[in-house]
Every structure is written in structure tokens, then in C-alpha cells.
Ligand binder design. Structure first.
Ligand SMILES: Cc1cc2nc3c(=O)[nH]c(=O)nc-3n(C[C@H](O)[C@H](O)[C@H](O)COP(=O)(O)OP(=O)(O)OC[C@H]3O[C@@H](n4cnc5c(N)ncnc54)[C@H](O)[C@@H]3O)c2cc1C
Length: 440
């Protein structure tokens, strides 16, 4: 599929490049993952990004077992494994002072800069061109698309927008409304402090707070997320799992300070900060000639805010579909590609996740704690398939059903009340399970 590049410079300010197989827009994790996967299948790929090469600073974490399930093809598999910086064997959840849940599932963190560097190096080795350019419009012609930046046009058979959530290059409906995970994090130097965390255990959710500040921690509900990074550094993040309210980072900063003081870390030097805002849920992009990948495609899990593993999981499937249908007309090629971006199971599961999101944004602190108490009583398999985002529909339903079954009556009533906007999803989540029980 390699073809020659026709590059014309007119008066030094305007260029026209043609004959790319695929133009990927965005060089975030999803953009580089899909670009590399395409190049490994011999497609001629250009990556265009408005801030090409900008350093990735987010902490990208995931459940380690998911990477084992996803099993990306080599050499991508080796690359991802090499970029794992830390693995915590256990994750803890503190719902209240007296309720602790230990999750015996390893939780891992990529070294984000290493991941970026390795994906960039593989891209260069595979002949991918990485260029700077902010895409303004994409013009669709019968057999190809023309991608416009301020001073350049690029012609390609297929365009993949991997330019982050609410992409300006795709169309979304106004319903359902997205929620947002909002979090404020700090890396602390704890060399001169005693800390209550070990390098073997991370804290996935810690709802405990100083009781005299009870009111301040009520709304919106937030929890502490802790990654012990070394004997001298720890990452603490005050996290609102999902909200549709506007949130002031100062409020999260104050909550974090109060929690730090309870651990005797009020004066620990702050080495770095993270301001996190992740769009979750919302509508999927409308299908069409421009394909979507990563956050722009709605891959972010509507309840957890995780996304990276979903991109790693979907990339080989999308590329295999492009390869299989490359000789078809462009319209058919893109129609088939969309089926690989979101298959039927994933579309069904998403409805269930949106139901979960809609409940969580409405819960107050006590309801959130009660809900997660029930959720963490469900079987590890059911829990894992809900959190992963790529289990079977039956597994996701079963996790929701188990949560409902373990919940007290007040929480059950709240679940039904808060999910009234999704009667079909609620019906399918709860009653499919009931009928399974009856028929088994
Ligand atoms: C602080 C934070 C922490 C997170 N932690 C995790 C985690 O632990 N685990 C996890 O799985 N997920 C996590 N996520 C969620 C998700 O994985 C990230 O948001 C991830 O960066 C999304 O990747 P992406 O490549 O789809 O989009 P982005 O990373 O947003 O990249 C989009 C790229 O497109 C470029 N771009 C945008 N518009 C244009 C345009 N018009 N023309 C050209 N280029 C354009 C941008 O410059 C950027 O390079 C986190 C998110 C945040 C914000």
C-alpha cells in the first residue's frame, strides 16, 4: 500500500500532500496506538497533531489482568509490557472508617513518558510521518478525504479523528449529556514522613475524612485515590468519580489538604500537581466518512474514566477490518470500520454503563458509599467485567444485578429512582437476570 508522496510548496506558505492511506489526527495515546497498528499492517500513515510531541503528563493506570486479556499483537504487546512502571498487587477500598475491601487484582501504571517515547520510536521505525498541524476541516470526496490545516491540505483514503473527547471534527448528539470525572492530585515527597501505605497496595477509593469537617465533604461526594510511587514519593488525588455540576479545583485542593493532615502529611513538600477533567458518557460520534478512535470515539469508560486499554483492545480489530475491506468503495470501507470501532455488544454494554453513570452523578455521599458497598460485595469476576469495559453483556448485567441484590432496600429504591431515564437499560440489566434465574 506504500505510494509516493506528492508534496508541492507554493510560495513557502502552502503545501499539498497526497496519497496517504490513512491520516490520524491527534498524537495522544489513542492516536499513536492506532497509527502504529495501521503501519504494522503496511498502511502509509500520517499523524497530524496541533501540539505534536507534547509530553504526556497524566498517570495512565489500568487493571493489569485486562492487558493480559487484551493481548495486543506483537510488537505492541512487548512495547506495552516494557512500559509498565509499577504494579500494586492489591487495591484497597475504604468505604467508611470501619469498612475496608481488599481487591486481590493487580493494578498497574504505565510510565507515560516512556510509553509516549516508545510509541513515537516505533512510529518512526515503521515509516509513519508525525507532523504538526491543527486540523480545521475535513472535506469528503467520493474516493478519499481532504484534511485541511491552516496552511496545508492532505489527501487520504481514510481519516481517523483521535483528537480527544468532544472532537470538533466529528458530530455528536446533545443527548445523553456527558458526566465529568474531576480530580486534583499531588505528588508528595514523603522521605521524612511515616506513611500508612505500602508499595504493594494502592488505594482505589478512600472515603474516610476528618469527622469534624463532615459537612464540607458531603456534596459532591469525593474520595482519595492513592498511588504509592516509591519509599519517598506518593501520588494522592481527591477525586469526584462523576458529576454534572461545575466544580472548583480549590474545593478539591482544600479537601485533599484536610485528608493529608489526618495522615500527618499536611506539610509534606508538593513535587507536582495534576488537574484532571475527564469527559465520560455523552453521545457517541455519528458514523460517517471520518472515523473516530480513543476519547473522541467515546472509548472512555462512562463510570471509571479509564480509556487506554479500550484503545489497545480495539486497534487490531479496526485495522484488520480496514485491511479486509480496503478494496471496497470508500463508503463501504468506512461503514465496516465503524462496526469494528463499536460492535453490537459494546453498544449494548454502553447503555448499561450510561445507566450507572446517571445513578452515580445523582447519589449523595451516603448513597455513593452504600452503592459501592454493594458493588464490592459482588463476585470478583462480575466486578472485573463491569470495570473493564470489554466484557460480555451478560457479565455486565450480572454485575449490575449482583450489586442490586447486595444493596439494602433504600439503595435499591434509589437505584430504581435514579435510573428512571433509562427504563430499557434498567429493565434489561435487572429483568434479564431475573428471567435467567427463573429458567435455570
Ligand atoms: C489527568 C487524566 C488522567 C487520566 N488517567 C487515566 C488512567 O489512569 N487510565 C486510563 O485508562 N485513562 C485515563 N485517562 C483518560 C484517557 O485515557 C486520557 O484522556 C487519554 O489522554 C485520551 O487519549 P486520546 O489520545 O484519545 O486523547 P488526548 O490524549 O486528548 O489526545 C488528543 C490529541 O489530539 C490533538 N488535537 C486536538 N484537536 C486537534 C485538531 N483539531 N487537529 C490536530 N490535533 C488535534 C491534541 O493536541 C492531542 O495531542 C486520564 C485522563 C486525564 C485527563
Amino acid at each position: 500500500m506504500q505510494q509516493s508522496t506528492d508534496k508541492t510548496l507554493e510560495q513557502g506558505v502552502y503545501c499539498r500532500e497526497s496519497n496517504w492511506d490513512i491520516v490520524v489526527i491527534g498524537d495522544g495515546p489513542s492516536g499513536l496506538i492506532i497509527a502504529n497498528q495501521c503501519a504494522l499492517s503496511d498502511f502509509k500513515v500520517l499523524v497530524l497533531s496541533k501540539d505534536n510531541g507534547k509530553k504526556w503528563t497524566n498517570n495512565y493506570c489500568f487493571w493489569k489482568s485486562e492487558l493480559d486479556v487484551v493481548r495486543p499483537p506483537k510488537p505492541m504487546q512487548n512495547l506495552f509490557n516494557e512500559c509498565i512502571e509499577m504494579v500494586w498487587n492489591t487495591a484497597q477500598v475504604h468505604l467508611r472508617n470501619t469498612t475496608r475491601v481488599d481487591i486481590d487484582a493487580p493494578f498497574a501504571k504505565f510510565d507515560s513518558l516512556k510509553l509516549q517515547q516508545h510509541l513515537q520510536e516505533l512510529a518512526t521505525e515503521s515509516g509513519i510521518q508525525l507532523q504538526t498541524g491543527e486540523v480545521t476541516t475535513i472535506e469528503q470526496l467520493p474516493s478519499h478525504s481532504v484534511v485541511h490545516t491552516v496552511n496545508c491540505t492532505y489527501t487520504a483514503r481514510v481519516v481517523i479523528a483521535a483528537n480527544g473527547s468532544s472532537s470538533n471534527l466529528l458530530q455528536y448528539s446533545t443527548f445523553p449529556k456527558p458526566g465529568y470525572q474531576i480530580a486534583y492530585g499531588q505528588v508528595l515527597d514523603v522521605s521524612n514522613f511515616d506513611i500508612p501505605w505500602t508499595l504493594d497496595t494502592m488505594s482505589f477509593m478512600d472515603f474516610r475524612f476528618p469527622t469534624k469537617h463532615h459537612k464540607f465533604f458531603q456534596s459532591p461526594p469525593s474520595f482519595l485515590y492513592v498511588l504509592p510511587l516509591s519509599t519517598s514519593q506518593v501520588f494522592l488525588e481527591e477525586t469526584i468519580l462523576a458529576t454534572r455540576e461545575s466544580v472548583d479545583f480549590e474545593m478539591l485542593k482544600e479537601r485533599l489538604q484536610l485528608r493529608k493532615e489526618t495522615f500527618g502529611l499536611g506539610d509534606a513538600p508538593v513535587l507536582d500537581q495534576e488537574f484532571c477533567r475527564i469527559e465520560m458518557g455523552g453521545s457517541l460520534p455519528k458514523t460517517g466518512r471520518t472515523l473516530a478512535f480513543g476519547a473522541s470515539a467515546g472509548f472512555t469508560h462512562p463510570v471509571t474514566g479509564f480509556q487506554i486499554l479500550r484503545s489497545i483492545y480495539t486497534a487490531p480489530r479496526l485495522v484488520a477490518t480496514l485491511k479486509e475491506h480496503w478494496s471496497a468503495d470508500t463508503e463501504t470501507l468506512c461503514t465496516e470500520a465503524w462496526k469494528a470501532i463499536w460492535n453490537d455488544t459494546e453498544r449494548r454494554n454502553r447503555k448499561l454503563y450510561l445507566l450507572g453513570l446517571d445513578m452515580i452523578v445523582r447519589f449523595n455521599l451516603r448513597e455513593t458509599q452504600n452503592f459501592f458497598e454493594a458493588f464490592f460485595k459482588s463476585s470478583p469476576e462480575a466486578r472485573a467485567s463491569f470495570l473493564s469495559g470489554f466484557g460480555s453483556t451478560q457479565a455486565v448485567q450480572s454485575s449490575m444485578w449482583e450489586t442490586f441484590k447486595h444493596a439494602d432496600w433504600t439503595t435499591r429504591a434509589k437505584i430504581v429512582q435514579h435510573s428512571s431515564q433509562h427504563p430499557t437499560a434498567l429493565f434489561s440489566a435487572l429483568f434479564d437476570q431475573l428471567s435467567n434465574l427463573e429458567t435455570s
